[in-house]
Design a protein around this ligand. Structure first.
Ligand code: PEP
Length: 248
């Protein structure tokens, strides 16, 4: 059995007051047994969040630089994230791919950097609307998966989490139907199975794209959907907690 994981992505939102609100609510709330809860926060808040949030809440950043250190003004290394208590990092989020030009090679370099620092990379993959309409969804998504997984050792592959996030569903209020999401998750798991049956069996596959309390239960009930990567709805503590409850 795979452990469900609900990961919030605050993007460039939030402040210390919101971290305190989450600390109060997540501390008091009985999070469902056996559900992993994580938050990916803006860099300036990572240390404060680690101090204030319960240790059971996994924390991470939304990107990292592939280099270990050096003259990369404005950038943050994986070892720095590890140093301040982070356990995971988003890699290849569609906003990084489209707004900051991160191609498959850049994504692979970041996955390797995260692994080298002992972080769990949450690899985000997903097709654009035009690609879906052209019937290209599976080719695009599996291509993004292969660009990373085919370059990793078996041991490294087992350390990733994969998030399927159709670009047309991110921040749009338009969610993939449970059937659409399940079909792509099943295709991703089948492709993973070509590398290794145990890899496919163990891999946590998250769905992301306008997940909210009202649609989470139906998505999370799908056999190949093991959790969610939640953007907008992770900024409201009640909404986020309700999604976590749906995963229990
Ligand atoms: C995301 O940013 O990963 C995301 C899924 O956003 P939203 O839930 O707002 O669509």
């Amino acid at each position: 059995m795979r452990t469900p994981l609900i990961a919030g992505n605050w993007k460039m939102n939030g402040d210390l007051a919101l971290i305190d609100e989450f600390a109060d609510a997540l501390g008091a709330a009985a999070l469902p047994q056996g559900v992993q809860v994580a938050l990916a926060l803006p860099f300036p808040y990572l240390s404060a969040a680690r101090e204030r949030l319960p240790a059971t809440v996994l924390l991470g950043a939304q990107t990292l630089n592939p280099a270990e250190s050096g003259a990369f003004t404005g950038e943050v290394a994986g070892s720095m994230l590890k140093d301040v208590g982070m356990t995971l990092v988003l890699v290849g989020h569609s906003e990084r791919r489209s707004l900051y030009g991160e191609d498959d090679a850049a994504v692979l370099a970041r996955v390797n950097a995260a692994l080298a620092s002992g972080l769990t990379p949450v690899l985000c993959i997903g097709e654009a609307l035009e690609e879906r309409e052209a019937g290209e969804s599976e080719r695009v998504v599996l291509g993004q998966l292969e660009a990373v997984f085919s370059e990793l050792s078996a041991e490294a592959r087992a350390r990733l989490v994969v998030a399927y996030e159709p670009v047309w569903a991110i921040g749009t209020g338009r969610t993939a139907s449970p059937e659409q999401a399940q079909a792509m998750h099943a295709a991703i798991r089948a492709r993973l199975g070509e590398w290794s049956a145990s890899l496919a069996d163990a891999m946590q596959l998250l769905y992301g794209g306008s997940m909210k309390a009202a649609n989470a239960a139906e998505l999370l009930a799908q056999p190949d959907i093991d959790g969610g990567l939640v953007g907008g709805a992770s900024l409201q503590v009640d909404e986020f907690l309700a999604i976590c409850q749906s995963a229990g």
